[in-house]
Structures are given as C-alpha cells and as structure tokens.
Ligand binder design. Structure first.
Ligand SMILES: Cc1cc2nc3c(=O)[nH]c(=O)nc-3n(C[C@H](O)[C@H](O)[C@H](O)COP(=O)(O)OP(=O)(O)OC[C@H]3O[C@@H](n4cnc5c(N)ncnc54)[C@H](O)[C@@H]3O)c2cc1C
Length: 490
C-alpha cells in the first residue's frame, strides 16, 4: 500500500516510521525545508537554540519506536536527567528547586512552605492516582467512541475531578502561594489555563515530578534527527519544501494530495500531521467536509501560543540552572490576559532554558544561549512587528529586574518568534503551540480523532488531535492513527 503523510512534525515522522516498518511504501511531504515541525532549532554558528520543546517526558514512548525500528543504541539520543528539574523564582526573591528527587524537594519545601510538606506529598499522591485512573482511557486509548470509555471505572468517573478546576483542587491540598502557583503551572504544558481547565489535568505534575523529565544531549532537535534516520533506514520518500494544498477524495475516501506546484500524488491512504483545523477547513473541499463540520472545527479553542526570544549572551548567569521559571505576581490575571482579554500578559511568567548549562558548546566560551518563552494568546489580529519588538524589550527589562543585571548590554544574538511566526511556519491553528486547549470540561471529547469520521482512509495525528499536544502525546496520536489504519482492511 502507498501512504502519503502530510507534515514532518514529530507526529508525522512517527506515523511514517511505523507505517514504513509495517512494510508500506510511504511518502512524507513537508512544506518547510527541514523536518521536526515545532520541534526545531536555530543554529547561528555561534549560538545553538532549540526553538520548541525543551523538556522530554515519557521517553519510553520514543524508545518503543526506536526498538521497533531496530535502531542501534549508538544512533539513539542520550536522555539527560536534570537535577533540579527546574528552578523557580518569585519577585520577592524566593527560590525553589523542584525535582523528581522527593527528599531533596521536601528539604526545599521545609524552607519556603514548611506547613505544606504533607500537602505536597498528598498532592503528588493525588496526581499519581489520577494517572492510574485516566492514562489508559484518555492517553493510551484511541477514544473512538463512548464505548472506549469502558476502561474508566464508573466509581472513578467522579474521582477524576472533571467538573472542578485545576486551581480549585490545588488550593485544597496546599496553602502556600508558592506551591499553589508551582502546581498550577503544569496546566500550561497543555496550553491551557489552570483557572479554567478540568482538575483531571492535575495528572501532569505526576508525569514530570514522579516519572521524571529529561533533556536530550546535544539539544532536543536530536529527537527529530533520530526520527529522520529511521525514515531513511526504512526508505520513506521525504520531500521537503512541498506544500500540500488539497487532500484529494473520491466517494468520500482519500485518494491522494495536490501540492502547490499542482502535482497530483496518488495514495491508498493519507495521514495528515497538519493541524486538524487546517486539514478540515482548508485541505478538504467544501463538498467533502460539510459547513457544520467546519463550524465545529472553528468552535474548538486552540491552545495558547508562545512569544519566544532567543538571546545569545556573552556571559553566563550564575543564578540560572538549565530550566528556570520567573513567576508573575498575579497568576489569575496573567491567564485572564491570555485567554479572556487575549493580549500579551502585562506581568508574564518568564520561562528561560539555558541549554549551555548542560551543553557548553551551545554558546561561545563564557556565553549562554537563553531560550525565553512567554505564554501568549493565540492570534486574534494582524502581525505587528513593532509591538513584538517593544514587548521583547520589555521582557528583557523584566529579566534585568529579576536579577539578570545589564542583560541588554550582553546580548550578542537576538531573535523574536511570535504567534504569527508559529502560524506561518507550521500552520498551527491561530499560532497555537500545543494543539487545542483543555479549557472546557468537554475538551478531551471535542479533540479531533485519529481516524477521520468524515473521510475514509484519512487519518490524523499531531498535537491538535487526540490525545493532545507535547511530544509524548503526539507520539501516541501517531500510534493511534497507524493502529486505525491497520484495523481498516482495504
Ligand atoms: C515554544 C514551544 C515549546 C514547547 N515545549 C514543549 C516541551 O517542553 N515539551 C513537550 O513535550 N512539548 C513542547 N511543545 C509542544 C511540542 O513541540 C508539540 O506538541 C509537537 O512538537 C507538535 O508536533 P506535531 O506532530 O503535532 O506537529 P507540528 O510540529 O505542528 O508539525 C506539523 C508539520 O506539518 C507541516 N505542514 C502543515 N501543513 C502542511 C501542508 N499543507 N503541507 C505540507 N506540510 C504541512 C508543518 O510545516 C509542520 O512541520 C512546545 C512547543 C513549542 C512551539
């Protein structure tokens, strides 16, 4: 069978690899000049930056794919555990190093929130319990229909806190404003607001704090490079710079694609790693996808976007570890800016990854490569480079106030990546960086499924599809899409 995969993000590459290992002839079409999608990099020669993910969780999902591809250990990325996992800073000078090393973290808690030591442990227990109750149903299961919910015990339905918010439940476990903000922060991994998202998302801290979080030696982009190695090993035809403009259909079944240079490429099945919104509203003709389906797609709220600054500096910053978070003073207000007012947050939480802390060669000797990420609203207006530049300068001034003294005098390389860039580069719906948001109780059920219910032989994978965004979930989406294709005997 010949299968076309649209898009060379993590999801598209993983699906193409699985299908090629199954013995199919696979062609992967990517509009950009390199593979990786949002998992990408900028290399200036002097400074190297990952421009997307900086943290890897559930790496065993990658390993399972590498095993299936019989990839020798020597060709696999090296995962590096970080201790502390992340360093947190508050405006009043309080600092907290969190890691999956519980005794070390508890020592920190005794310092900043002594009354919450038990609450912290109880919350982690709650998070572990949520994982046990929900992972099988909501992650490892393709969730094709209501019958797929049967793995969720009726008694558990009421215990996964789907009707409460992340924030409400966190507040029941811990009193300290530091720990409350800390636990609420994990909802942003899914591009959502802790003040709106269902408390089931309190499962995320367990994944990072108990199972662990890793960096990849050499940079996260090594993951994309390794997947590309597998594609080549299994003879996948890779065409970069190839923009798909239409998914061709016959009798409501996918039969191939049309590209910008008007080439018609035939296939027995199509796997779309393009954003599901793009797939349903732009790539499929109007007589194939009805107006009501398009309307439904338009109603699904995208995740937040990101405002990124890449800063190459000629000095190191002693207070920084590999992952760092400078928290805002008013977390609720920050999320209201992002999701309600849909403006760049006035007082943002600033995430800084300094991979030169671990990979010294990512910056010239004595220098640093700072990847700065602010959670930003998805696009509602037109690009405004002047406003982006102004905001970038404001962020730099804020970082100076938070202890990176005279940062602006030490910048040797600066690049801004704003939500419009995320749309232009990857065509993610409104520049979203994690797919769809989980700000409503029904979000998990609204997320597009991995087998299209509207077009036969069309399968979807990637962060905008079930089970959601982030590297591990995207890998699972590819698995579900391939499984659906295998099940459909044609
Ligand atoms: C700044 C940032 C930080 C992040 N941090 C983390 C993190 O720390 N940990 C984590 O796990 N995740 C993180 N994520 C999320 C993670 O990067 C994404 O969930 C994941 O990479 C998305 O993969 P995907 O397969 O959905 O596709 P994408 O990466 O969106 O790739 C889709 C590909 O399809 C191509 N395409 C689209 N339309 C067409 C078309 N018509 N024709 C041809 N090609 C097309 C696009 O160019 C793109 O390359 C982060 C993302 C960003 C942007």
């Amino acid at each position: 069978m010949h299968i076309i995969v649209i898009g060379g993000g993590i999801g598209g590459m993983a699906a193409a690899a699985e299908l090629a290992i199954d013995g199919h002839s696979v062609t992967l079409l990517e509009k950009n000049t390199c593979l990786g999608g949002k998992l990408n990099q900028v290399d200036t020669g002097e400074f190297r930056f990952d421009t997307g993910p900086s943290l890897l969780t559930m790496p065993y999902l990658l390993d399972e794919l590498f095993d299936r591809a019989e990839l020798p250990q020597s060709e696999r990325p090296e995962y590096i555990p970080l201790n502390p996992g992340c360093r947190y800073f508050w405006q009043n000078g309080t600092r907290f190093d969190a890691s999956s090393d519980l005794p070390a973290t508890l020592e920190q808690i005794r310092r900043i929130a002594p009354d919450d030591e038990t609450g912290y442990v109880r919350f982690l227990g709650h998070s572990a319990d949520l994982y046990e109750k929900t992972a099988e149903t909501f992650l490892f299961n393709p969730l094709r229909g209501w019958s797929d919910l049967k793995s969720l015990k009726l008694s558990d339905v009421f215990r996964i806190n789907a009707t409460k918010t992340v924030s409400g439940v966190v507040d029941r476990y811990v009193e300290s404003p530091y720990l409350r903000q800390f636990f609420k922060r994990f909802t942003t991994y899914n591009g959502s607001s802790p003040f709106q998202a269902p408390a089931t998302l309190n499962v995320i801290p367990f994944v990072e704090l108990a199972q662990g979080g890793w960096y990849v030696k050499g940079g996260m982009y090594r993951i994309a490079e390794t997947l590309e190695t597998i594609l080549k090993k299994y003879d996948v035809t890779i065409r970069t710079g190839c923009d798909v403009t239409q998914i061709l259909t016959e009798d409501k079944a996918a039969t191939g694609v049309k590209t910008t240079d008007n080439q018609l490429l035939e296939a027995d099945a199509v796997v779309a790693n393009s954003d599901a919104h793009e797939t349903y509203t732009r790539l499929l003709a109007e007589d194939v996808v009805s107006a009501s389906v398009r309307k439904k797609q338009n109603r699904i709220e995208p995740s937040c976007s990101g405002f990124v600054l890449l800063l190459g500096t000629d000095r190191k910053w002693d207070q920084l570890h590999h992952h760092n978070i400078f928290f805002s003073d008013d977390y609720r207000n920050e999320f209201e800016d992002i999701f309600t007012r849909k403006v760049l947050p006035d007082d943002p939480t600033i995430y800084v990854a300094d991979t030169s802390f671990t990979d010294t060669e990512h910056a010239p000797p004595g220098g640093s490569n700072l990847f700065v990420l602010i959670n930003a609203p998805y696009i509602t207006g037109k690009p405004d480079p002047e406003k982006s530049e102004e905001y970038a300068n404001r962020i730099i001034r804020m970082m100076e106030k938070r202890g990176l003294s005279n940062l602006s005098d030490h910048i040797r390389y600066k690049q801004i990546i704003d939500p419009h860039d995320f749309y232009d580069w990857f065509r993610s719906n409104k520049g979203s960086i994690y797919g769809t948001s989980s700000n409503s109780k029904m979000a998990a059920f609204m997320r597009p499924r991995n087998r299209s219910p509207y077009v036969d032989r069309l399968y979807l994978c990637g962060g905008s599809t079930h089970p959601g965004g982030g590297i591990p979930l995207v890998l699972l989406s590819a698995r579900h899409a391939v499984r659906a294709l295998r099940e459909d005997e044609f």
